[in-house]
Design a protein around this ligand. Structure first.
Ligand code: SAM
Length: 214
């Protein structure tokens, strides 16, 4: 039985590798020296939705490892801007980016982010965080919505009025009420599935503009 389930798992892994190595975005990421194919999701959203990230912009990148979003953001904000990234995992340093290895969903993680801001308010909060998948759809969905709620809670405290938020989420339990909650602070809100996001993946992104404090 153990032998049988092992070979099933091995078959699944090999199918994933096959799909991954044939993925055009993976090939392009390797060719262009990106840390991951996720870079194209962010650049596509920024460019196609005219989300201004320019010099002086302050951005917080939640769930930043291996760092492809932070690399793209740092290029755009230049030395007068600021990019702060946080992740549970360690990652190689990025010029112009303050990296924090901590759990965003803890008081310690958020205190380190606030310290790194050095009193500046944030123009854009981005989150590509996803929970570690347990295999239980409902549990994973609730964990995703929890990360979304924590992201919104953080943004409400540290975004500039007029600032923007971009976060990954999944459709399912808790999504509708979370979107309503997001709508109390941001208008308009858009659901985005970038071309670089696999069709087979349940992920999509919520873009909220023009933060209005309560
Ligand atoms: C899809 S990856 C992000 C890829 C990244 N945007 C890039 O371009 O390289 C999702 C990341 O979210 C991180 N993550 C998930 N939950 C987190 C949490 N509570 N605190 C910090 N990071 C978290 C994971 O460790 C993982 O590295």
């Amino acid at each position: 039985m153990a032998q049988q389930s092992k070979s099933k798992a091995a078959r699944k892994t090999s199918a994933w590798f096959q799909k991954h190595s044939n993925d055009p975005h993976v090939k392009r990421a390797q060719k262009e020296g990106k840390r991951s194919r996720a870079a194209f999701k962010l650049t596509e959203i920024l460019d196609e939705h005219d989300l201004k990230v320019s010099h002086h912009t302050v951005v917080v990148d939640l769930g930043c490892a291996p760092g492809s979003w932070s690399v793209e953001l740092a290029k755009r904000v230049g030395p007068a801007g600021k990019v702060i990234g946080i992740d549970l995992l360690p990652l190689d340093g990025i010029n112009g980016v303050t990296l924090i290895q901590e759990d965003f969903d803890t008081a310690e993680g958020q205190a380190l982010l606030v310290e790194a801001l050095e009193g500046r308010r944030v123009d854009l909060v981005v989150s590509d965080m996803a929970p570690e998948m347990s295999g239980d759809k409902l549990v994973d969905q609730m964990r995703m919505i929890n990360l979304n709620e924590m992201t919104l809670y953080f943004a409400r405290q540290y975004l500039k009025p007029g600032g923007n938020i971009l976060m990954k989420t999944f459709m399912g339990e808790g999504y509708d009420s979370f979107r309503k909650e997001l709508g109390l602070s941001f208008k308009p809100i858009k659901n985005i599935k970038p071309a670089a996001s696999r069709k087979s993946s349940a992920e999509f992104f919520l873009l909220g503009r023009n933060f209005t404090p309560e």
